[in-house]
Design a protein. Structure first.
Lengths: 270, 381
């Protein structure tokens, strides 16, 4: 019996991985398909990658998405870190539970609701104060910041709560003012978590279709929106090529973020 | 255990009524959540060059008091003065005080050298000056070869040295040590005790140490304060506190003590006779303060001050008869638990002079125990 167990375990493992990754592998394989029909194999080719690079619409959308993602990630890291600091360092304030719940709420809130409520807010604001005028890149960025901040806060918070509180006290005791303690002691120690949070925020924003569709306006079409609309017209193998590139970039980012966090937790344990 | 040698001339300023205290704590109180008195109206005078210990069980408020001195906790009430200057409301980064933390709190992203230099950098000293001071400090704690290492590449003992060097680098007027030896293993702890005292003598800084280990406090301190429930119960030199505990708690907390409850039967000059419930004979003790007849008192007797007698003494006082119930063989000494006829258990400590595994007695032996009039102390019940 015991001799068979590894066999069954490996089978289960193989099925698990297949379930998760077979679709992606298929997509990558078909991105090198020479045929115009997505589901018919016509030999190996990289022609769709070439055509992709000549597609102005997709390139413009990619550039917009990257700018939104970068700006979103940067703001989310600042706000998320502040929220995490508040939650970890000021352990006792009266509305702490409420604050913690509200920071984490976007993690579980349906994206449709987030998108709709953001849209309603932008429209109301425009009517009341005239800003933001119309919808576009700014509104998408703001909407993304509101939900990625929650993810950054969770990542940074778990890092901060592992930190020995007497480190800050020791730095203050040695003559550093609170602001300097934060810059010289806290920030360097949690920096891997900040980088991981930034990468996470960037990826989330790059991937988002639902919220962006709600708060976008004319002329501001992000990459996921382009892909989605082009697929509705009938799938072009260019989309496969584009998706392959995105998968490679995103998984590289995730691996780097994971590696940074792992290395740091090993550091703090030893 | 041998005591580290101290220069007697520079010490004992606490006995000089005109001496100016270096640190004065006046009625310091810390209340948490409006109800818990962590530190309750503590007043203390500590003199220059002292190695002072705050001794108590965990939760007695000793660490909170230390953190109040460092400025990491605000005083709810009371004042803290260093050389007559009120520092009660100064933030930690403006106090001439440094602290060595129990966890050492070394900055994990900095090398040993950068850790030690951190405090000096805040003073904006020149590069050259910082380097010389860091080298001096690392030499002081014998860590010269380790300046480029990160804290996670050091052993526990080495981290402890770096933490000490870092806290001394700014040449504080007062160094606070929170359980400095708590994380070391026993053998290392004993050698480090002496080293710490030697370093303190060399730099001449006033040290205040928090510890729960009474042996550590006795070995290292010039004076110590025993704390319980936020209050100071007794302050004195290690021998004063050991030989003349002021109350039951101190007698039992520092070393072991046999306690006999009784009432004052008669007094004669500085001798007081006490009738006890469990002992067959009266107890006669030296006691300087006059006591009224009938006052309930407790007599505390250290286990090593009780002798084994061959027969009851001629004068029918200061002895007890009992049966050996338990034997604890510790190598150098043996501890006997003797059950008396009155139902008490008396601890006796006997030095094992001959080479025998059980000492002079075995289980169920009937023994007579005796002591002298100056072996114990009379405490208020």
């Amino acid at each position: 019996m015991t001799g068979r167990r590894p066999f069954w375990l490996f089978t289960a493992l193989a099925f698990g991985y297949a379930f998760l990754y077979l679709p992606i592998v298929t997509l990558i394989v078909y991105s090198f398909n020479d045929s115009r029909l997505v589901t018919v194999w016509g030999g190996f080719s990289t022609r769709w990658y070439g055509e992709l690079l000549r597609n102005e619409q997709i390139l413009a959308a990619l550039w917009l998405s990257v700018r939104i993602a970068a700006m979103n990630a940067t703001f989310a890291v600042v706000l998320g870190t502040l929220a995490a600091l508040t939650l970890v360092r000021f352990a006792r304030f009266r509305t702490r539970m409420l604050f913690a719940g509200m920071v984490a709420a976007p993690l579980v809130m349906p994206e449709v609701i987030l998108g709709l409520s953001a849209l309603l807010m932008f429209v109301t604001l425009e009517q009341m104060v005239g800003w933001p005028a119309g919808r576009g890149m700014t509104t998408i960025t703001i909407a993304h910041i509101t939900f990625t901040t929650a993810f950054v806060a969770v990542v940074v918070q778990s890092r901060l709560s592992q930190l020995d509180g007497s480190l800050e006290e020791a730095a203050m005791d040695l003559g550093a003012r609170p602001w300097k303690v934060f810059l010289v002691i806290i920030l360097p120690i949690i920096s891997p978590a900040l980088v991981a949070g930034w990468l996470l925020g960037f990826t989330l924003s790059m991937d988002d279709l639902v919220i962006a569709s709600f708060v976008s306006g004319p002329g501001a079409t992000t990459l996921p929106m382009v892909i989605y609309s082009s697929v509705r017209m009938g799938v072009s193998p260019q989309v496969n090529a584009l998706a392959t590139i995105i998968v490679v970039v995103v998984s590289t980012g995730v691996v780097i973020a994971g590696w940074l966090l792992h290395r740091q937790s090993r550091h703090s344990q030893s | 255990m041998p005591q580290p040698r101290r220069d007697p001339a520079s010490l004992e300023s606490w006995q000089d009524p005109d001496a100016r205290p270096f640190l004065e704590i006046r009625g310091a109180t810390k209340v948490f959540d409006g109800a818990t008195y962590a530190v309750d109206d503590v007043s203390l005078k500590i003199f220059r060059g002292e190695f002072f210990s705050l001794l108590g069980a965990s939760g007695c408020g000793k660490s909170t008091l230390l953190r109040m001195l460092a400025g990491l906790e605000r005083c709810t009430q009371g004042h803290i003065l260093i050389e007559d200057e009120d520092i009660t409301d100064l933030p930690p980064f403006e106090r001439p005080v440094n602290m060595m933390f129990q966890s050492y709190a070394l900055f994990p992203h900095m090398t040993v050298e950068q850790n030690v230099a951190f405090g000096l950098r805040q003073e904006h000293l020149s590069r050259q000056e910082i380097r010389t001071r860091v080298e001096e400090m690392l030499e002081l704690v014998r860590m010269t070869g380790f300046s480029r290492r990160k804290p996670d590449q050091l052993s526990g003992g080495q981290r402890q040295r770096v933490a000490l060097a870092r806290s001394l680098a700014k040449q504080p007027k007062l160094l606070l040590l929170d359980e400095p030896l708590g994380a070391l293993d026993r053998k290392l702890r004993e050698s480090t005790q002496f080293e710490l005292v030697n370093i303190q003598e060399r730099v001449g800084t006033t040290f205040i140490m928090v510890t729960h280990d009474q042996e550590e406090a006795m070995t290292m301190s010039t004076r110590l304060a025993v704390m319980d429930a936020g209050r100071i119960l007794q302050v004195g030199t290690p021998s004063e506190v050991y030989e003349y505990p002021g109350n039951r708690f101190v007698a039992e907390f520092i070393g072991a003590a046999n306690l006999f409850d009784g009432r004052v039967a008669s007094t004669d000059g500085d001798r007081v006779t006490i009738q006890t419930e469990g002992a067959p004979s009266d107890i006669v003790m030296h006691h300087a303060q006059p006591l009224a007849i009938g006052t309930p008192v407790t007599v505390a007797l250290r286990p090593e001050k009780i002798r084994l007698l061959d027969e009851p003494p001629q004068e029918d006082v200061n002895w007890i008869r009992g049966t050996v119930r338990e034997i604890g063989y510790l190598g150098d000494v043996s501890i006997y638990h003797v059950g008396t006829e009155g139902g008490l258990t008396v601890q006796v400590q006997v030095t094992n002079r001959g080479r025998q595994t059980l000492g002079p007695l075995t289980w169920d032996d009937v023994v007579c125990l005796g002591w002298d009039t100056d072996s114990g102390v009379v405490l208020p019940a």
